[in-house]
Design a protein around this ligand. Structure first.
Ligand code: ZN
Length: 132
């Protein structure tokens, strides 16, 4: 079932899927190349693939609106991927896989403070207030 889902999704999005040796990781390069690592758990492998699809589906306007906040972009990519799998393909992951997925996303908490000199938390507050 997972193989057909992955094959069909790659066909739909014209994705070149590359199996890599790295453990428990996946990457998207541009909008048409996904690298998928080695996973002991097949469900975690497929949910990771779905996350990379979520990056492709995630809207540029959302990224801009968040000032390219890594944590929010990662959460959105998981959400978009899970929505795609459920709505388009009827694929529902187990609670434990979803919990693992969002744990992966939350590992980016604090990332922007460490990595970006121009990080401006006050902009988020302004955005939140002005959106009301
Ligand atoms: Zn990601």
């Amino acid at each position: 079932m997972f193989k057909k889902f992955v094959d069909d999704t790659c066909f739909k999005f014209h994705i070149n899927l590359e199996q890599i040796e790295d453990k428990n990781c996946a990457f998207v390069i541009g909008h048409d190349h996904i690298q998928l690592g080695q996973f002991e758990d097949e469900e975690l492998k497929v949910i990771s693939f779905v996350h990379e699809i979520g990056h492709i589906l995630s809207k540029w306007s959302f990224k801009r609106a968040t000032n390219f906040n890594t944590l929010m972009i990662e959460l959105d990519a998981w959400h978009e991927g899970l929505k795609f799998a459920a709505e388009e393909c009827g694929l529902i992951f187990s609670d434990s896989a979803i919990k693992w997925a969002y744990g992966q996303a939350c590992s980016y908490a604090g990332h922007d403070e460490r990595e970006r000199m121009s990080w401006k938390p006050e902009r988020w507050l302004k955005t939140t207030v002005s959106a009301e």
